[in-house]
Design a protein around this ligand. Sequence first.
Ligand code: ATP
Ligand code: MG
Length: 352
Amino acid sequence: MSSQTVLLLPGDGIGPEVMAQARRVAEILVPDIKFETGLVGGASFDMHGTPMADETLEKARHVDAVLLGAVGGPKWNNVARDKRPEAGLLAIRKGLDVFANLRPAYCFPALVDASSLKREIIEGLDLMIVRELTGDVYFGEPRGIDVDDEGYRRGYDTALYTHPEIERVTRVAFDIARERKGQVCSVEKSNVMESGLFWRQEVTLAHAEFGAGIELTHMYADACAMELVRAPKQFDVILAGNLFGDILSDEASMLTGSIGMLPSASLGSPGTPGLYEPVHGSAPDIAGQGIANPCAMILSLEMALRWSLDREKAADALFAAVGKALENGARTKDLGGDLSTEGMADAIIAAL
Ligand code: ATP
Ligand code: MG
């Protein structure tokens, strides 16, 4: 295998704390991978006056995967909007042209009883939400707040999807489902929205062309929101547009317990680097204390190994090691234990 490089962007708050542990794990698990580091968010603003420097973005485009910690914090509250740490995140997502956001909702067996949901609902839960990231009401034109012909003030957005946007994200969902149970549930509101009807038609067409072996079903977004709470184990892969995907992925993340456990991936075209980051933010309230749960960051590394680095075996081993460490009772504070960030990583490394 030719040499692979991963760019680490630790960022702000607990970002550097959890990133340091993910790096330790990676250096043991995949010692041949090269790591470079860069600044993003407030850390970059303090050094370069911008939350994402052009050189860093250029570097990100030429590596095999990018791991990002978290950005933001009270220190930068008064910085102009386009220089805020969060703008660095948007810049790198745009710069890498990632269009598919993957958020798994998986409950490790050892954490079933920590969930606020009933054991029957949560035990064995393992689903993946694939959210389209570049279209929909977030970017459709026209949009605005103005005055209509009758003199009434009004606000409006445009839900817009094109054929290529739907096709490429649908293919990602199929590829992911092939590594899982082979089931994709596509979500929209085709009963009330033209863009939703178009979404359903396009996903159906993509299925005929690229969906060999995939079982495709369709569900209205409101019904899906309900089913996610009532019986989430019926789902394997949920495919949704930008807006419904945003809402459903936040809903699904709360099925499994601590935010400190949840990784995410954002993927672009095949052959381009994916962006991997925890779902949680920079957690200024616990930053600097060494108590943050590193699992979300370590599981983001696991996704990078699987989806950008072609290291499925290493990914499987890492996933199993996290499960084993939890079974052995390893818990950070958010999980009701008293291990430090480093202690939690030690437990995972021991299980490896
Ligand atoms: P952002 O706007 O960046 O998403 P936020 O304040 O909305 O930030 P987080 O930074 O994710 O959200 O923090 C939410 C809560 O979860 C905080 O109380 C934080 O301490 C806790 N938290 C977040 N990540 C972790 C972690 N890895 N381990 C333990 N607790 C965490
Ligand atoms: Mg938040």
